[in-house]
Design a protein around this ligand. Structure first.
Ligand code: GDP
Ligand code: MG
Length: 164
């Protein structure tokens, strides 16, 4: 069967927006309310000569007591269990937050091929200084993307392709 690429990260970083952009369809729910994606949503994707399934997940909140968030975490962990490639999405606007570091550790432990995506890099040209903070997550070169505008999604797909 097709390899599975999972989009994970904390609520509101733009996972569903990215999913929709990559899938080229509006299937996922995008809301300002954090953690609105409660179900895993799949799309069949094709990039260059490879096909893969893409899955959108809710956010990961490792230390949250909240039942909805812990349910979403379980969904994300399920996706992690099944994924061949994981894309950790972070947010330039909020910068690196503690949860990103926690999730990065969780994902590194999964041993799966992993990409670090910095979303909301909306302006064209050299990334702003804050972008370089994301190197501190220790996941290699962050990939700047604007899911809203579509900038960088081709580079992200190329990086996914290389790991398939
Ligand atoms: P999720 O909770 O991680 O799935 O995040 P969503 O995709 O629901 O997006 C959360 C918010 O971030 C929404 O208000 C989106 O419009 C906004 N957003 C998503 N991608 C971008 C982007 O590339 N740039 C900007 N400026 N906002 C974005
Ligand atoms: Mg979502």
């Amino acid at each position: 069967s097709k390899p599975l690429v999972a989009i994970v990260g904390r609520p509101n970083v733009g996972k569903s927006t990215l999913f929709n952009k990559l899938a080229g369809v509006r299937l996922s729910i995008v809301e300002d309310t954090p953690g609105v994606t409660r179900d895993r949503i799949y799309a069949d994707c094709e990039w260059r000569d490879r096909r893969f399934a893409l899955v959108d997940t809710g956010g990961i909140e490792p230390y949250s007591q909240d039942i909805i968030l812990s349910q979403m975490r379980r969904q994300a962990e399920l996706a992690i269990e099944k994924a061949d490639v994981i894309v950790l999405v972070t947010d330039l606007k909020s910068g690196v937050v503690a949860t990103d570091a926690e999730v990065a550790v969780l994902l590194q432990k999964s041993g799966k091929p992993l990409l670090l995506c910095v979303n909301k890099c909306d302006s064209i040209g050299a990334p702003p200084a804050e972008f370089y903070e994301f190197y501190n997550l220790g996941l290699g070169d962050p990939i700047p993307v604007s899911a809203a505008h579509g900038h960088g999604t081709g580079d992200l797909l190329d990086a996914v392709y290389d790991l398939l």
